[in-house]
Write a protein that binds this ligand. Structure first.
Ligand code: PLP
Length: 350
């Protein structure tokens, strides 16, 4: 069975290093572990590093962690569905929001459950995924303040993930100014001002003035030691906390060019190949069902030629790879996502 080896100490090192560095600038971290499907073991490891907030995108993952006994403040990163608000209130302490209809439902269900749910309003500052347009924020706040079941806990923004828009002095200052405006106009204290995700690393390392921003929601940087914008390594962090290990199921000298009449493949593509004569073709037992095969890289001298649902085909270069042997791979974020949720991939903590 293919396995994902997870080096807990490397993840802890990354979490500790970032926590210390961000604390110098008055920034707390919500550790986003949606990339590992809310693994309770990883949540506990991060909590041991003094980070108190664990964030995931699916409410089911919070339920799973609680059942495992993880004790944390839980933040839900994805906007809640109307159909799940009861569970959101039950399991999450904080959620990110942009729709007043959803916030009203959260309030209703909170009251029913004798709770006060913490709401972070997401602002749209250009990436065009979730968020309230700045000109609409007042209207939403005026409707949210009277709701008894919720606390207007924070203001947040998310960049890079969808539209590829960078966190900058300009949009971060705008966030701070909007928070000033809200606090003055409505006489409220916004406790959490959450400026973004791992992509804010560069902004944070280059700024001395973080304004009102006091929190970042950090996933990829803790898990994989990289910032998502340019996939650059973050200094002093491990980028290899995860290793994918798969078994070789065929290894043969075969042509480099498929032969016969050409048509489209399973995925609707018509792949092009260059004829470079016979090559060492190696098949390992993993495929698109389990992993984004474009987001993995063998640690041996071999190139990935392509993949189907269950087979990954490599071109081994100058090395002999035997059937039954194992190949290790480095993984990137899109690969981690799918590997974490695949029941066909065993998770092994080392
Ligand atoms: C995924 C996500 C994050 C974490 O992003 P990373 O790039 O992994 O740090 C933070 N906030 C929101 C709203 C997200 O959806």
């Amino acid at each position: 069975m293919s396995r994902l080896e997870i080096n807990i100490n490397k993840i802890k090192h990354n979490a500790r290093t970032l926590k210390k560095e961000f604390a110098k600038k008055g920034i707390t971290i919500a550790a986003v572990i949606k990339g590992v499907a809310g693994s309770p073991e990883i949540a506990n490891a991060i909590l041991e590093c003094g980070i108190n907030t664990i964030a995931v995108s699916r409410v089911q993952d919070i339920k799973k962690m609680k059942e495992f006994g993880v004790k944390a403040e839980f933040l839900l990163t994805r906007l809640s569905m109307h159909s799940e608000v009861a569970d959101v209130v039950k399991y999450a302490d904080i959620s990110l929001n942009s729709e007043i209809s959803t916030i009203k439902l959260l309030s209703e269900h909170s009251l029913k459950q004798n709770k006060r749910h913490k709401v972070v309003l997401m602002l749209e500052l250009g990436d065009l995924r979730e968020g309230i347009l700045p000109e609409d924020i007042d209207t939403i706040i005026e409707q949210a303040i009277p709701l008894k079941g919720i606390e207007l806990y924070g203001i947040g923004v998310n960049l890079v993930c969808f539209g590829g828009i960078e966190p900058s002095e300009k949009n971060m200052t705008e966030l701070s100014q909007i928070v000033d405006h809200i606090q003055e106009k409505y006489h409220v204290k916004i406790k959490m001002v959450s400026g973004g995700n791992s992509a804010n690393y560069k902004w944070l390392s280059q700024t001395d003035n973080t304004g009102n921003i006091n929190n970042l929601r950090i996933g990829e940087a803790i898990l994989l030691g990289r910032e998502p914008m340019h996939k650059n390594r973050i200094p002093d962090l491990y980028i290899d906390a995860f290793t994918l290990i798969c078994e070789v199921i065929e290894s043969k000298l075969k042509p480099s060019l498929p032969y016969g009449n050409k048509c489209q493949n399973t995925f609707g593509d018509k792949p092009e190949f260059t004829n470079i004569g016979a090559i060492n073709r190696v098949i390992v037992g993993i495929g698109e069902q389990d992993v984004d095969t474009k987001a993995i890289k063998p640690r041996v001298k071999a190139d990935i030629i392509g993949a189907s649902s269950d087979h990954l085909i490599l071109h081994a270069k100058g090395i002999n790879i035997e059937v039954g042997s194992e190949i290790q791979f480095d993984i990137k974020y899109p690969a981690l996502l799918r590997l974490s949720t695949s029941p066909y991939v065993k998770k092994v903590f080392i």
